[in-house]
Design a protein around this ligand. Structure first.
Ligand code: NAD
Length: 244
């Protein structure tokens, strides 16, 4: 049988990029996948890709930065076996020029959304005595940036949540891990990060960018029963960037 047969998964920000790849792979491995994001058209496209792959998917519109939306999302989806906190934004700005609005938005989506969605869904996992939570952080959690302080801080915060939740829920059979991508060739990364993104080829030891599918494989591993003893880890999927 397939690894995630009979399991229910929720993937945030699954309307594009890495989140979409995670949603499709979880569905291919048998999970019923709830796809969430703000953009209905793109969410439905993800569901179509899931169905083309022979899986089962549902789209629920939600802005994870909005706590009312998070509450509605949880009501609509119900309990899950796997939660992937992937939704994220990555605007860059020098610190003195950072607007309060953008600062708040980065923390609202990357940290607060992750926090309160997990807070709402973890109790049912704890009650069942099983479940997996995966935070898609970034190697930014472990690296500095001269132009991305807010983003980097938010991703460090996500890994801090991972470590604390691994202790808080681990004793109840609920494992919590981060998958930290390096430069991954998604449309958003290419268009929003631009030349800096392209220049990573020179510093990544394997000499190329990663793919959304490669990140999805790592997420599936830490979410699967095969990773039963992996808890509180930050798995870098970065071609060796952090150790370069
Ligand atoms: P992306 O923009 O395609 O994916 C982010 C998704 O989150 C999008 O679907 C977006 O619509 C959604 N989202 C944004 N704000 C949201 C909100 N308020 N509510 C719900 N959904 C929201 O980019 P991606 O490259 O696929 O990135 C996915 C994740 O991986 C992000 O958390 C990003 O920080 C992380 N990451 C990406 C890279 C990379 O190089 N691509 C590297 C490290 C980490």
């Amino acid at each position: 049988t397939k690894e995630f047969q009979g399991k229910k998964a929720l993937v945030t920000g699954a309307t594009s990029g890495i989140g979409r790849a995670i949603a499709v792979r979880l569905a291919e491995e048998g999970a019923t996948v709830y796809v969430t994001g703000r953009r209905a058209e793109l969410g439905k496209e993800t569901v179509e890709l899931i169905e083309q792959a022979g899986g089962t998917g549902h789209f629920v519109v939600a802005d994870v930065g909005d706590l009312d939306d998070v509450r509605k999302l949880v009501q609509e989806v119900g309990d899950v076996d796997v939660l992937v906190n992937n939704a994220g934004i990555f605007p860059f700005s020098p610190t003195p020029e950072q607007s309060v609005e953008t600062y708040d938005k980065v923390f609202d989506v990357n940290v607060r959304g992750t926090y309160f969605l997990t807070a709402a869904l973890a109790p049912a996992m704890v009650a069942k005595g099983r479940g997996a939570i995966v935070n898609v952080s970034s190697v930014a959690s472990q690296l500095g940036s001269p132009v991305g302080s807010v983003y980097h801080a938010s991703k460090s915060a996500m890994d801090g949540l991972t470590r604390s939740w691994a202790l808080e829920f681990g004793g109840s059979g609920v494992r919590v891990n981060s998958v930290a991508p390096g430069p991954i060739r998604t449309e958003a990364a290419v268009t929003q990060v631009g030349e800096v993104f392209e220049s990573f080829v020179e510093v990544v030891p394997v000499g190329r960018h990663g793919t959304a599918e490669e990140v999805a494989e790592a997420v599936l591993f830490v979410a699967s029963d095969k990773a039963g003893f992996v808890n509180g880890a930050v798995l870098n999927v970065d071609g060796g960037l952090v150790v370069a």
